[in-house]
Design a protein around this ligand. Sequence first.
Ligand code: AMP
Length: 275
Amino acid sequence: MKVVKTIEEMRRLRQQTRGTVGFVPTMGYLHEGHLSLVRRAKENDTVVVSIYVNPTQFGPKEDFKSYPRDIPRDLAMLESLTDIVFMPEDAEMYPAGYDTWVEVKGITEGLEGATRPGHFRGVATVVTKLLNIVGPTRAYFGQKDAQQVAVIKKMAVELDMDLELIACPTVREPDGLAMSSRNVYLDPEERRGAAVLFKALTLAQELWKNGEKDADTVLHRMMALIKQEPLANIVYISIADGKTLKDVEEIKPPALVSLAVRFGKTRLIDNVVIG
Ligand code: AMP
């Protein structure tokens, strides 16, 4: 496994690579969710993983500074799975005077985009830069960040990017909590309470299977369940069209049921797709 810290070195290695390249962009502090993407990427001849906590996708009051980091641990986890780990520096990704941004309109307006202004501009920009540097055949993203997958897919089509994007299923803890680097922020009580999120998403799926099509009814039942958990503070719960990501009144598959909920200082997101 080669660890590469400069864009020049990454490009040089890419030029020497034959066959297909699978790429998994991450912000590090890896867990089984990330590793599931890396394992899937092994369907390529070469696997590249990036570790980069991208400052431009965090709002001024968000957790960029405190975002968990543990590079030695990450590298040990990747050792047997990855050929190249790309870890660029901020100064090279965003040098002084940096002024070019990728903005996807429409589907970035709701959900995460509405509650984290500027987030998807940062995501779309850094993903474009990383794809330009690494030049993968296929890139792998987690369905855990459903809106991010939709934004990147739309961007890749509309900017004529020549690669395949693959969305991988959400990996969960035994109690259903979606794995996330941010779960480490939760204290034991918050961690126990956080299991309510997947229960609420599962409830939505069950109600739909039992014939309930009214989004408001399902949202109210989900809200009532989450409110039984005193440590949970709902940021949003949404049932949206799976393609446009706009809220719907009547649930028609594919529908994206998604939520953001705070436990203390920790903001967790999760989703399921109906149909
Ligand atoms: P992050 O390091 O949080 O930026 O995540 C890097 C990639 O891993 C993104 O494509 C995420 O959607 C994906 N990912 C994060 N958590 C999970 C999970 N629990 N299951 C599957 N993929 C995940």
